[in-house]
Design a protein around this ligand. Structure first.
Ligand code: USQ
Length: 382
C-alpha cells in the first residue's frame, strides 16, 4: 500500500514509518519538527539524541535497503497538505501530526492556541485533501483514551446505545477530557464523524492510552533509529518517566493519591494496532473507533511494579506522592472495553517484570544523559 504518515518524526510516527516500510509498504512521511522545536523551547529534550528525519531515513535505508520518503513541511498549511496528497495519492493516511502534550497545552494562552490551531487545522486540511484527491483513502487517526475522561460507568468502544422515552439511538460515547490537548482530540473525532456521515469518508479512530518503551524491531537495529524517548514533565508519559526516575535515583513522582487509572500499551503494540487497522480498511461512510490499549492499572500499581523490578536490579527506587499539578480524579472507577483490536488479531506485549527489566536496562545505557532538572512538574492546571 501507499501509506502517508503525518507527524512521521514523532515518538510513534518514526517507529511506524520504519515498521510499515519494513513490511513492504511504500511510505511517505511529513513532519514540521513541531515536537523537536517545542522540546528545545521548553528544555524537554529526549533521553537519546537522534538525527533529523532525513538522516534517520538514510540510516534506515543503508541498514535495510527499505526506503522512507521524507518531506519537511507543515500539514496545518493547506497548500503543503494538498500537494503531498495530490502527488503521492495514498491508499491510507496515518495521522499523528498533532501537538501531543497535555501539560504543554495547559501552560498558557499561546501554547493552548498553538495546540488548538495545529491539531484541528491538520485534521481539517487532511479531510479536505482526501475528499478532493483520494476520496477512497482510509484515514487512520490517532485519538486518545483521554477523550472519554474517567466516567463513573464502563467506557465502551466509541459508541453508546441510548434508550430515551422508549426510543433507541446510537451516539458517540460521551466525552469529557481533562486537558485542552485531549479536548482537541474530541473535536477531531467530531469533525471526522461529520465528514464521514455527510461525505462518505473512511475513518478509523484509534483511542490510544499512554504508550511506553523505546524498543521495536527496527529501532533496535541502530541507536540512531530510536524514537524520541522523553522523561520530562512536558512530553514524557508516566511509564517512561518512572523508568528514568528509577535509574536516576529520583523518587517516582506519583501525582496526588495515585489512584488515577489508565489503559497502557507497549510501543510495539502501537505498531501492531496501526498495521491491523491498515489491513482491514473500513467501508465508505464508516467511522470505526477502537480503544487502543492492552492492560489498565493505576499510577500507584505502576510505581510499585517499577520499584519492585528496579530494586531487584540493585537500584534504590523510592516512591513519593507529590502535589498533583493536574485537575483530575485521583480515585475513580475505570473499566474500558478494548476487544476491537484483539478481535482483529492483536497479540499484546504485556508489561511483565521481564519487560520492565529490559526497559530499565536500556535506560541505564543513557544514565549520563539524564538531567534531573527536567523531572519535576512545571505546569499546573490552574
Ligand atoms: N502521572 C503521574 N506522575 C507523573 C506523570 C503522570 O502520576 O510523573 C499521572 C497523570 O497525572 C495521569 C497519568 O499519570 O493521571 C497519565 O499521565 P501521562 O502524562 O502518562 O499521560 P497524558 O498526559 O494523559 O497523555 C499521554 C500522551 C498523550 C496520550 C495520552 C493517552 O502524552 O498524547 O493521548 O497519554 S491517555 O492518558 O489515555 O489520554
Amino acid at each position: 500500500m501507499k501509506v502517508l504518515i503525518l507527524g512521521g518524526d514523532g515518538y510513534l510516527g518514526w517507529p511506524t514509518a520504519m515498521n510499515l516500510a519494513a513490511k513492504g509498504h511504500e511510505v511517505y512521511v511529513v513532519d514540521n519538527y513541531l515536537r523537536r522545536n517545542i522540546s528545545r523551547m521548553t528544555s524537554s529534550e529526549a533521553l537519546v539524541p537522534v538525527p533529523n528525519l532525513n538522516g534517520r531515513a538514510e540510516i534506515f535505508k543503508a541498514l535495510t535497503d527499505r526506503e522512507v520518503l521524507v518531506k519537511i513541511g507543515d500539514c496545518a498549511d493547506y497548500r503543503t497538505m494538498e500537494q503531498v496528497v495530490r502527488d503521492f495519492l495514498p491508499d491510507a493516511v496515518v495521522h499523528y501530526a498533532e501537538q501531543p502534550s497535555a501539560p504543554y497545552s495547559m501552560s498558557g494562552f499561546n501554547e493552548a492556541r498553538l495546540t488548538l490551531n495545529n491539531n484541528l487545522g491538520v485534521t481539517f486540511n487532511l479531510i479536505w485533501a482526501v475528499l478532493e484527491h483520494v476520496p477512497d483513502c482510509h484515514i487512520i487517526k490517532l485519538g486518545t483514551m483521554g477523550e472519554y475522561g474517567t466516567p463513573n460507568i464502563d467506557i465502551e468502544e466509541g459508541w453508546l446505545d441510548v434508550e430515551h422515552k422508549g426510543r433507541k439511538e446510537r451516539f458517540l460515547y460521551p466525552r469529557q477530557a481533562g486537558s485542552l490537548y485531549h479536548t482537541t482530540k474530541i473535536l477531531d473525532t467530531d469533525l471526522l464523524w461529520f465528514y464521514v456521515r455527510l461525505y462518505g469518508l473512511r475513518v478509523t479512530d484509534l483511542m490510544q492510552g499512554p504508550v511506553y518503551g523505546l524498543s521495536t524491531d527496527e529501532a533496535d537495529l541502530d541507536v540512531r533509529l530510536r524514537p524520541h524517548f522523553n522523561y520530562d514533565d512536558i512530553f514524557g508519559t508516566v511509564v517512561n518517566r518512572f523508568l528514568v526516575q528509577a535509574v536516576a535515583g529520583v523518587p517516582l513522582t506519583v501525582y496526588g493519591k495515585g489512584g488515577q487509572t489508565r489503559g497502557y500499551l507497549n510501543l510495539k503494540d502501537t505498531l501492531q494496532c496501526v498495521t491491523l487497522a491498515l489491513d482491514s480498511p473500513v467501508e465508505k461512510g464508516e467511522l470505526r473507533i477502537l480503544n487502543q490499549f492492552t492492560e489498565q492499572f493505576s499510577v500507584n500499581d505502576l510505581a510499585q511494579r517499577i520499584a519492585r523490578v528496579g530494586n531487584q536490579m540493585g537500584l534504590k527506587v523510592q516512591i513519593q506522592s507529590i502535589e498533583n499539578p493536574r485537575k483530575e480524579k485521583e480515585e475513580h472507577y475505570y473499566n474500558a472495553a478494548h476487544s476491537g483490536l484483539i478481535d482483529l488479531g492483536l497479540q499484546p506485549h504485556f508489561m511483565t517484570d521481564d519487560v520492565i527489566h529490559s526497559m530499565i536496562k536500556q535506560v541505564m545505557e543513557y544514565k549520563d544523559h539524564i538531567d534531573i532538572k527536567k523531572i519535576l512538574p512545571r505546569v499546573r492546571w490552574s
